[in-house]
Design a protein around this ligand. Structure first.
Ligand code: SF4
Length: 105
């Protein structure tokens, strides 16, 4: 089951996951007016690399852990995969949303 990027990524987009994904299936775009990233469920090989690369824990290991965002990742994938990649943010850059670490994955 493919990995999923969750609400925690909204407006944050550290993009550290992009550098470690061996199949380049993580793509950026705007969702609800905020920067976001998705994992293309058709391409993800469940290699696990991105899970620990996200400094705010915005990635979950299966759709079961966040079915709503699994659906959103799948729906946005065809559009987001056409976008150019975005620059990464340093892992120690403080989150833009002060509440982000209180969001539960
Ligand atoms: Fe890419 Fe692996 Fe993460 Fe899937 S689990 S999105 S293949 S880094």
């Amino acid at each position: 089951m493919p990995y999923v990027i969750t609400e925690k990524c909204l407006g944050e987009v550290y993009a550290q996951c992009v550098d470690v994904c061996p199949v380049n299936c993580i793509h950026p775009g705007d969702y609800k007016g905020q920067a976001f990233m998705i994992i293309d469920p058709e391409e993800c090989t469940e290699c696990t690399s991105c899970f620990s690369a996200c400094p705010i824990g915005a990635i979950v290991e299966s759709a079961d852990k966040d079915p709503a965002f699994a659906k959103i990742n799948a729906e946005l994938a065809p559009t987001f995969k056409t976008h150019a990649q975005v620059p990464t943010r340093p892992a120690n850059d403080p989150p833009k949303r002060p509440d982000v670490n209180k969001l539960v994955n």
